[in-house]
Ligand binder design. Structure first.
Ligand SMILES: Cc1ncc(COP(=O)(O)O)c(C=O)c1O
Length: 385
């Protein structure tokens, strides 16, 4: 027996690849100005109220955090009108995805179901827990295909083994969403089952502008098998502190609490998150900045002749019709860190987060030069899945 000879689930795991840091790019390329539009972060920085709360909480960092996250729970419950006993907080929602898989899926036996090109944490967390990952292809317009997912779940062999269905709404990296009718049809069949949970990941919910976007919080009242994920990393600007929230019926929340580490959300993060949740002015500023940035991107991408997918997140996915690694490198030399999404099976596509106005402008003006430098790929956009 060799300790390195671990299960194939672990050996074949492709680790999460984060966006390239600004400091590293400056150092490597000797650049003074670098903008990072690669990780769907909040360009406005944290809310002033969150910063003030951290200052106050600093006095107590010699103490363990509140394991029950009482103040944060109160703030979240008030903000979103959910009972406290339905809440579980995590070290980012990433930790909650991990926890869901560990609690509800039996290793080497059960499975999760999601879509191709779904947020990459779902397959990574499942694989790390030795849980099989089943996926369905995206639709032509890069949406989750809930009908195809339903068809999979009707197959007796899979129906017996799939315990969690992950739906990112909107999805990262595509920015696409499933609408009210599509989600309700799916939940009417699978939202009430005893052997299955439908996890609706609403990490970008506050950026949504689509009028037919379904409210997970409303649907939860009707479907006990629905679990919601939220994060403080996006519109609330606290990605570095790592706070995510899960909303589920109390019996489910109770099981998750048994397994999570008692102090998984540190005290500074709890204080900042509680304060950020109450800062509505900040939230509005972030939304306005994001929406005007997205509209600007759409206009510029269209003028450059590139295909993009209207996004309900704080980022846009576009097809560069070029090898995305070459495009990434050429853009990087001009001080723009973007995110190629080959790891999602989209070989010529790039995801670009909305930044400050001047950052967006730098990105779009340099993109025109980059497109001239990198030759179009012979591979057609349809070949890359
Ligand atoms: C769809 C989706 N869900 C969850 C997350 C994880 O967020 P965090 O772990 O920072 O809460 C992300 C991060 O990019 C995401 O895009």
């Amino acid at each position: 027996m060799n300790v390195l000879n671990v299960s194939s689930h672990i050996r074949n795991l492709v680790p999460y690849s984060p966006g390239k840091p600004i400091s590293e790019t400056k150092r490597e390329l000797g650049l003074e100005t670098v903008v990072k539009l690669a990780s769907n972060e909040n360009p406005l920085g944290p809310s002033p109220k969150a910063l003030k709360a951290i200052q106050a909480a600093l006095q107590e960092i010699h103490l363990y955090p509140d394991a029950a996250a009482y103040e944060l729970g109160q703030a979240f419950a008030e903000r979103y009108g959910v009972p406290r006993e339905c809440l579980v907080f995590g070290n980012g929602s990433n930790e909650l995805i991990d926890l869901l898989v560990r609690v509800f899926c039996e290793p080497n036996k059960e499975a999760i179901l999601t879509s191709d090109a779904a947020f990459v944490a779902y397959p990574i967390c499942a694989q790390a827990a030795r849980v099989e990952v089943k996926t369905t292809p995206l639709t032509q317009d890069l949406k989750f295909d809930l009908q195809a997912m339903a068809a999979q779940l009707r197959q007796p062999e899979l129906a017996q083994r799939v315990r969690l269905v992950f739906i990112a709404n909107p999805n990262n990296p595509t920015g696409t969403y499933v609408n009210q009718g599509e989600l309700e049809a799916f939940l009417a069949e699978f939202g009430n089952r005893e052997d299955l949970l439908v996890v609706l990941d609403e990490a970008y919910v506050e950026f949504v502008r689509a009028l037919d976007y379904p409210s997970g919080l409303e649907l939860m009242k009707q479907y006990p098998g629905l679990v919601l994920l939220r994060t403080l990393s996006k519109v609330y600007g606290l990605a570095g502190l790592r706070v995510g929230a899960l909303v589920a019926r109390p019996e489910l929340a109770d099981l998750l609490h048994r397994v999570r580490n008692p102090f998984n959300v540190n005290s500074l993060a709890q204080a900042a998150a509680a304060a950020a949740l109450s800062d509505q002015d900040y939230l509005k500023r972030v939304q306005e900045l994001t929406w005007s940035g997205l509209d600007y991107f759409y206009k510029e991408l269209e003028a450059l002749g590139l295909k993009y997918w209207p996004s309900q997140g704080n980022f846009v996915l576009f097809d560069s019709f070029r090898d995305s690694s070459a495009l990434f490198q050429s853009w990087l030399k001009r001080g723009v860190i973007s995110r190629p999404v080959k790891n999602y099976g989209l070989a010529t596509h790039i995801r670009l987060s909305v930044g400050l106005r001047e950052e967006n402008e730098l990105a779009m003006s340099t993109l025109a030069e980059v497109l001239k430098e990198v030759p179009p790929s012979t591979q057609s956009a349809g070949d890359d899945k």
